[in-house]
Structures are given as structure tokens and as C-alpha cells.
Design a protein around this ligand. Structure first.
Ligand SMILES: Cc1ncc(C[n+]2csc(CCOP(=O)(O)OP(=O)(O)O)c2C)c(N)n1
Length: 535
């Protein structure tokens, strides 16, 4: 095969590697910054002969991938940071069942919360589940590590995580494409695989085995090409060094070059911890700076509780801000502090990145819904509006200021129910159609079962708008029939059309349902303006 390179986003490089690894299927639920992984796979699925399907939520996506792995085919499941919270149950349990076909779990974290409700760090999950985790620093590594992750997953019979962060997911570089694997992954149905039945007697044995696998993974970690000490042509202060991972590695090299510093560093790109290699690096150091994006995962482990060894600098001692993304500017300051450089402050102007605030698109149906809801609630001072995550969360901002909470996907209905059961009068939940399918359904079932006095407003814009307009699973008449099936009295399932010309009619309908002393649902139905324009 002729050698060639492609200009790929980090997300696309992961996806391309999955195709070249001969996957049988790709599963995902949209979420920034991970969405493009599946979108790329979806584009090539038919041609490459694998299945690609958006799933109802991340847990569903994980289980579908696990099923494909069970029959011996390779599968990839991708999601954003908080997605792994939803998929945690099958992910952690599948470390015990083991896998058959290689199973790669790509989680794109979002340090700095560009488009997420928190800054969580999947490396803790990988550790918690006792599995392995790759952490690429470049688009080439996204490609190479994904290929290696499939191999490793099959070798150790474990799901393997690839941890991305926004800047790696969403930046583009030339990626050398290696020859695709010539393996044809056939269905292989193995007999008598007790590990797949997690009865305590089976699970105990698997848990023991998991620790044996962990020891093997630590040995791999100590010898793999992704973890290494850079020592070549070093002439600087050898008692001070840096441990860097993910973007930290890039920023170190960028700043090192810009400021003509030479710094000895250890780069980490695979976990569990390469203990021997890390000890070797620490032995000769008095001070070490940790440059990592996300939580102080490496830093905390280096510090331990004994407090011996070199001084560790990073987020925990205030050398780097505790929260938020790291960036070249923070790297400059941290290095200046450790190396006692004075000129740094003048160099930082080049590294500043301006911020922009989001807002509803002109013509967005959500804007009309919130105008009507605000008016309907204006004389009902004790009301609270529990919202969810989607474009509609922007109603928290001026001029609407129409929602009181947004916690995680599906929380709106549960919180409105709990508040109503605690005595709140005018308890309102607002949830998008995709979020409703993702994790609102079960809560709606229990609200219907208890006939809790509350009003649920489902914003049916026929799309997962926030993440770029992917198809939502339930909307239109299907949504209406489903709600009727929950046993909610038909008279209390109403539809409104969010347009200013229907405003007073919409306000009246919402008021009627607010005053009803049981569960009522209002479907606010109009296509997302972006989707409409595309059509
Ligand atoms: C567990 C989890 N998965 C994915 C996301 C990313 N995400 C945020 S809102 C949303 C769905 C939005 O769709 P919908 O509820 O229909 O509202 P819309 O944006 O269309 O108004 C998604 C996928 C997330 N925040 N949390």
C-alpha cells in the first residue's frame, strides 16, 4: 500500500483508526467535544461495511458495543466526558466480564467547560474500573493509539479507554495512515463463557484476574513508546523537571521552543502508572512540575500522603490555577516560577484567547416557549422551573432568566417531582426531546405512576440541536402516542406551537395546566430553526 497522510481532527483520527482496525460497529450519543468521532464513522460505515447508529444514551451505546464485542467483532463507543457517568454501570462491570472482540471506549473530556457542566476526568474512571487508558497529545497519536488500543483490548480481554480533551479532539493535523488490518472479524460464538454471567461466584474469580491483568498492564506501561523520559541534548538544570501528558506535552514543547529553555521531562501517554519509569525520573529531581489537563490525577498520585521525594508543583500547590484548561500562558507562568525567570510577564500577551457568550439563534422556537412560560408564571411567585441540558439552557441568561436549575441530563423531571412531593406549588420541568429520550423517560414513568402535581414541558424541536442537529429519537406523533401510553389523562397532554402569533393561546394553555393538580405535559412543537433552514 502507498503511504499517505490525511489532515484530520483528533476525533477523525480516532475514527479513521477504528475503520482501519476493522470494526464491526460504532455506537455513540452526541456530546461536544466527541460528536465528530461518530459522524466521521457514520459517513464511511456503508462503504467500509460496518454498522453505525446513534444510540438513545451512552449506557445504551456502551451495551450495544459490548454485545458486538461479545460475538467476537471489534466495536468502538464514543461519548463526551459526562457520558461515561451514564455508561459507568456497563463500563465498570465489563472490566469483569472481559471482552471478546476489541472494545475501545473513547471519552472526550472538556477541561475549561467549553460546552459541559463540569470538568471531570475519565482517567479516574479507567483507574476505578481497573482498565487501561491512552492519552494522546497529537492527532497522529490519536490514530496510532486507537489502533494499539484494539490490539491491547483483545490481548488483555479488557475495554480500553482513549482519553481526549477538547483541544486534541478539535484541532487538525496531518496524520500518516498505516495499512489497514487484514483481519476479517467473523462472528465467533464461544461456548461456556462463565465470565459473562456476573453471578458473585463468577465475578469473584474475574476480579482476581483483573488484578493479574493490571500487573501485566503496568509492565506494558513501563515499556510502551507512549511513556518516555526525554533526555537528549539536555544542558539545563537537571534537578528540575516536568511530567507532562496530553496538551501539557504540547504546551511544554511550544513554550520551551519560544523561550529557548531546555527542560528535562517525562511524558505520560498511557495508564496505569508506569511506576518504575516514574521513580527513575523522580530519583534525580528536587522539583517537578506536573502539566496535565483536567484534574490533578498524576500530581495527586505523585504526592501520595507521605510527602517524601522531590517537591511537586502543579494545581495542588497553586503553581497552576486549580481549575480550567491549561494553556501556553499558564505553562509560561508555571515554568517561570519554577526556574526563577523574570522576563515572562511580557511574553504572555501572545497567548491570550478571547471568549464569546452563547445565545439563542434568531427564530429559535425555545425563545417563544420561554416567553410564554414566563408570562404564564408571572403571577405564580412560588413557582420553580427545573430545566435540563440543551439549547434551552440558554434561557438561564438575560433577557429570559426563566429557569432555576440545570444539573445533568434528565434531572429536570426528577427534581420537579421531588420538589412537588416536598410541597412546592407550581413545579415545572423543561426538557428537550432528545434529553427526554436519553434519560427523562423513566422519571416520567414514575411521575405518571404517582400522578405528581407538576407540569412537564417537552421542547420538541425534532433535533439534538445543541450538538449540531443529530436526529432525536422521539418526537412528533410518536412522542404524543408514547405519552398517552404512560397513562397521563389525554386532556392534560397539550401541544403548543411556539410562534409569537400564538403567544396568548400558548400562555392560556400553560396556565390551565399549571393549575391542574396532577401530572400534565405540554409539548412545544416547532422544528429547530437551524434544521429548518438546512431543509
Ligand atoms: C450525559 C450527557 N451526554 C451528552 C451531553 C451533551 N448534550 C447536552 S444537551 C444534549 C441534548 C440536547 O438535545 P435536546 O434535549 O433535544 O435539546 P435541544 O438542544 O435540541 O434544544 C446533549 C446531547 C451531555 N451534556 N450529557
Amino acid at each position: 500500500m502507498k503511504k499517505y497522510a490525511l489532515p484530520l481532527l483528533g476525533n477523525e483520527a480516532v475514527a479513521h483508526a477504528a475503520i482501519d482496525s476493522g470494526i464491526g460497529g460504532a455506537f455513540s450519543y452526541p456530546g461536544t467535544p466527541a460528536t465528530e468521532i461518530f459522524e466521521y464513522l457514520d459517513k464511511y460505515a456503508d462503504r467500509a461495511g460496518f454498522c453505525a447508529q446513534w444510540s438513545g444514551n451512552e449506557k445504551a451505546a456502551y451495551e450495544e458495543a459490548l454485545g458486538m464485542s461479545y460475538i467476537g467483532k471489534r466495536a468502538i463507543v464514543s461519548m463526551k466526558s459526562v457520558g461515561i457517568n451514564v455508561a459507568a454501570d456497563p463500563y465498570i462491570c465489563s472490566a469483569l466480564t472481559g471482552v471478546n472482540g476489541g472494545l475501545v471506549v473513547v471519552v472526550a473530556d472538556d477541561p475549561g467547560m467549553h460546552s459541559s457542566q463540569n470538568e471531570q476526568d475519565v482517567r479516574y474512571y479507567a483507574d476505578f474500573a481497573r482498565t487501561a487508558c491512552f492519552e494522546p497529545s497529537s492527532q497522529q497519536e490519536c490514530y496510532d493509539m486507537t489502533k494499539e488500543a484494539f490490539r491491547l483490548s483483545e490481548k488483555y480481554k479488557l475495554p480500553v479507554v482513549i482519553r481526549l480533551v477538547t483541544r486534541i479532539s478539535h484541532s487538525r493535523a496531518l496524520v500518516d495512515i498505516r495499512p489497514p488490518e487484514n483481519v476479517l472479524f467473523q462472528i465467533t460464538l464461544r461456548q461456556n463463557q462463565k465470565t459473562w454471567v456476573l453471578l458473585p461466584s463468577n465475578a469473584r474469580a474475574s476480579f482476581k484476574k483483573l488484578y493479574e491483568k493490571r500487573n501485566a498492564l503496568i509492565r506494558y506501561s513501563e515499556n510502551c513508546p507512549w511513556n518516555f523520559i526525554a533526555k537528549n541534548k539536555f544542558t539545563g538544570d537537571s534537578r528540575k523537571g516536568v511530567i507532562c501528558c496530553s496538551t501539557g506535552y504540547n504546551y511544554l514543547r511550544e513554550v520551551e521552543a519560544a523561550l529557548q529553555l531546555e527542560i528535562e521531562y517525562l511524558r505520560l501517554g498511557f495508564y496505569p502508572f508506569a511506576a518504575r519509569l516514574i521513580r527513575e525520573f523522580l530519583q534525580k529531581k528536587d522539583e517537578v512540575l506536573v502539566l496535565e489537563d483536567g484534574y490533578p490525577y498524576v500530581e495527586e498520585r505523585l504526592l501520595g500522603v507521605a510527602g517524601t521525594g522531590p517537591k511537586i508543583h502543579g494545581r495542588l500547590d497553586g503553581t497552576i490555577e486549580t481549575t480550567g484548561e491549561i494553556n501556553p500562558e499558564k505553562t509560561v507562568f508555571a515554568l517561570a516560577k519554577m526556574f526563577g525567570l523574570k522576563f515572562i510577564a511580557d511574553n504572555t500577551a501572545n497567548f491570550k484567547i478571547p471568549t464569546r457568550l452563547p445565545s439563542f439563534c434568531p427564530g429559535c422556537p425555545h425563545a417563544d416557549t420561554f416567553k410564554a412560560l414566563k408570562e404564564a408564571l408571572s403571577n405564580r411567585k412560588s413557582s420553580k422551573v427545573f430545566s435540563d441540558i440543551g439549547c434551552y439552557t440558554l434561557a438561564a441568561l438575560k433577557p429570559y432568566e426563566a429557569i432555576d436549575s440545570c444539573v445533568e441530563m434528565g434531572a429536570s423531571i426528577g427534581m420537579a417531582k421531588g420538589a412537588s412531593q416536598g410541597g412546592l406549588v407550581y413545579s415545572v420541568a423543561v426538557i428537550g426531546d432528545s434529553t427526554f429520550a436519553h434519560s427523562g423517560l423513566t422519571l416520567m414513568l414514575s411521575a405518571a405512576e404517582a400522578n405528581t402535581p407538576m407540569t412537564v414541558i417537552i421542547l420538541d424541536n425534532n433535533a439534538v440541536a445543541m450538538t449540531g442537529g443529530q436526529p432525536s429519537m422521539i418526537n412528533g406523533d410518536k412522542l404524543l402516542s408514547l405519552l398517552k401510553g404512560f397513562g397521563i389523562p389525554h386532556g392534560h397532554i397539550k401541544t403548543i406551537h411556539p410562534l409569537s402569533r400564538y403567544h396568548s393561546d400558548n400562555v392560556r394553555k400553560i396556565k390551565e395546566e399549571l393549575d391542574y393538580k396532577g401530572l400534565s405535559v405540554i409539548i412545544s412543537r416547532r422544528n429547530c430553526i437551524q434544521i429548518q433552514q438546512k431543509k
